[in-house]
Ligand binder design. Structure first.
Ligand SMILES: [Zn+2]
Length: 67
């Protein structure tokens, strides 16, 4: 079971990478999206977690993996 699913805000395109977390928002690295409090909102556009969708394209390479 993996918890490193990347989620994307469908409104503004913000990428949530659980490996990186969102330290500026109080979410430490290693926090799965499912473990973020339900009242959390997108820091960029303010929508709720329900407006994020899992990124399912395995061919997509997260920026952190680009060397
Ligand atoms: Zn957003």
């Amino acid at each position: 079971m993996t918890n490193d699913q990347i989620w994307i805000c469908v409104v503004c395109g913000l990428v949530y990478d659980p490996v990186l977390g969102l330290p500026d928002e109080g979410i430490p690295p290693g926090t799965a999206f499912e473990d973020i409090p339900d009242d959390w909102c997108c820091p960029d556009c303010g929508v709720s977690k329900e407006d994020f969708e899992p990124h399912g394209d395995s061919a997509w390479i997260p920026p952190r993996m680009a060397v």
